[in-house]
Design a protein around this ligand. Structure first.
Ligand code: LER
Ligand code: MN
Length: 274
C-alpha cells in the first residue's frame, strides 16, 4: 500500500526551497510521527551529515522509515553537475551521488537525482549533455543495485533544467539505458507546469514511476493550490503505485501547518477519510 512521507532539509544553502521541515531532524521526526506519517525524506548536505546508525536509531525511536535522500546539495553547496563541461566536475558529482546512495542504502532508501542533472550551456550542447547524463545514470543505477536500492531520477520544470522536463522524456531516457534500476520521481509541482494532463502522464509512466512528490500547483501543501487530486489518485491506483507519496512543499505558512495540511489532504484523497 502507498505510504506517506514528509521532507526535512538540513541544508542552509537551500533555504527558501520546498521542504516542509528544516534544520532539526529529531524535532522533525517527532512532529512527523505525531501527525501520522510513515516516513521522512531527507535533504542532507552530504553523506556524513548524520551516521546511518544514528539515523536508524532516530527513525526507530519514532516509528518512521527513510523514504528517500536528496542529492541536490551536490549542486547547491558544491556546484557539481552530471552534465558539466568539465570531466572532473562530472566525476565529483558522480562520486558525491555514489556516497549518497550508500548513505540512503544503509537505511534501505533510494537517492534522488534532481538538480544534479544540470542543464545545457554555451559549453555543453544538448546531445553531449544527454550523453553525459546517460553515462552517469548507467554507472549510478548499477551502483545503487549493488546497494539494493533503486535510483530515482526526477524530471524538473523548464525553469530548473532544459534536459528532462516531462514523464515522457524521462521514460525515453530510461528506456535508452541498459540499467533497469533507475526509476522516475513524479513531482506534481513540476508536472503541473509541464504536462498536458497529469493523470495521463502518470498512467503513461506506469512501469517507471518509483516515487511521488506530493504538493499543490503553487508548491504549497496539497489542498492549498488548485490541483485536482481526484484524477491523480485514480491514475496512481490504476497503475498500482505502492511507493511513497512524499510532501515536498514550501513550509507555508509554517512547517507544522504545512505538514498537518498535507496529512489532512493525504488522508482525504488516498484514504478516503472526510
Ligand atoms: C527541485 O525542484 C525538486 O523538485 C527536488 O525534488 C529535486 O532536487
Ligand atoms: Mn521534487
Amino acid at each position: 500500500m502507498l505510504r506517506s512521507a514528509v521532507t526535512v532539509s538540513l541544508v542552509p544553502e537551500a533555504r527558501g526551497g520546498p521542504f516542509v521541515y528544516w534544520d532539526d531532524l529529531p524535532a522533525a521526526c517527532q512532529s512527523a510521527r505525531q501527525l501520522g506519517y510513515d516516513a521522512i525524506e531527507v535533504f542532507a548536505p552530504g553523506p556524513t551529515a548524520i551516521s546511518p546508525d544514528a539515523l536508524r536509531s532516530l527513525l526507530t525511536e519514532h516509528g518512521l522509515v527513510l523514504a528517500a535522500v536528496g542529492t541536490g546539495a551536490g549542486w547547491v553547496k558544491h556546484g557539481y553537475s552530471l552534465t558539466s563541461s568539465d570531466r572532473a566536475v562530472r566525476r565529483r558529482g558522480c562520486d558525491f551521488i555514489r556516497a549518497m546512495i550508500e548513505f540512503g542504502g544503509a537505511n534501505s532508501a533510494p537517492a534522488i537525482i534532481g538538480s544534479m542533472q544540470g542543464r545545457t550551456s554555451a559549453e555543453v550542447d544538448h546531445p553531449s549533455a544527454r550523453q553525459y547524463l546517460a553515462e552517469a545514470l548507467e554507472e549510478l543505477g548499477e551502483f545503487a543495485l549493488a546497494a539494493r536500492v533503486p535510483l530515482l531520477f526526477e524530471p524538473l520544470n523548464r525553469y530548473e533544467t532544459n534536459l528532462i522536463n516531462s514523464i515522457e522524456a524521462g521514460v525515453k531516457l530510461l528506456q535508452s539505458l541498459s540499467t533497469r534500476n533507475v526509476k522516475l520521481l513524479a513531482d506534481l509541482f513540476h508536472m503541473n507546469i509541464e504536462e498536458v494532463d497529469i493523470a495521463a502522464a502518470l498512467r503513461s509512466g506506469a512501469d517507471f514511476i518509483g516515487h511521488i512528490h506530493f504538493v499543490d500547483s503553487n508548491r504549497r501543501a496539497a489542498g492549498l493550490g488548485h490541483l485536482d487530486f481526484g484524477p491523480i489518485v485514480a491514475a496512481l491506483g490504476e497503475i498500482g503505485y505502492a511507493g511513497f507519496v512524499s510532501a515536498e512543499a514550501l513550509p507555508y505558512p509554517d512547517s507544522e501547518q504545512a505538514s498537518r495540511q498535507t496529512m489532512q489532504a493525504f488522508l482525504q484523497v488516498f484514504r478516503g477519510q472526510t
